[in-house]
Design a protein around this ligand. Structure first.
Ligand code: AMP
Length: 112
């Protein structure tokens, strides 16, 4: 999608610290990390948020969770949090589906 920040990152038009890439998804370090480990995993296809997932595109979500399990195992991370914000009130600032992976510090519940 032409005007999407994360589509531009996938296309290499905006630089990013790549963690992983395959044909379906891209993972990169968050520019404003909220934990010692904080990376984002995004589908290469533009989906605005979890609210845009349906039967036509949901397979990529299972794939992304497989990738998250693989990357965290490879990095020796046993405990972590996966977050996806949907909409403005929940704190979504980039309208391209993304899963935050946070680790490396104690976390509280409920989140703020
Ligand atoms: P959210 O606020 O849940 O939509 O998450 C968007 C995330 O994207 C935030 O944690 C930002 O710090 C991160 N972000 C924004 N721009 C960039 C960028 N150019 N490279 C890496 N992460 C970014």
């Amino acid at each position: 999608m032409a005007d999407c920040l994360f589509c531009k990152i996938i296309a290499g038009e905006i630089p990013s610290a790549k963690v992983y890439e395959d044909e379906l998804c891209y993972a990169f370090n968050d520019i404003a990390p909220q934990a010692p480990t904080h990376f984002l995993v995004i589908p290469k296809a533009h989906i605005p948020s979890v609210a845009g997932i349906d039967g036509s595109n949901s397979a990529v979500v299972a794939h992304i969770f497989e990738v998250i399990a693989k990357l965290t195992k490879e990095q020796g991370i046993a405990s972590y949090r996966v977050v996806s914000n949907i909409g403005e009130q929940a704190g979504q600032s980039v309208p391209h589906l993304h899963f935050h992976v946070l680790a490396g510090r104690d976390m509280t519940w409920p989140p703020g």
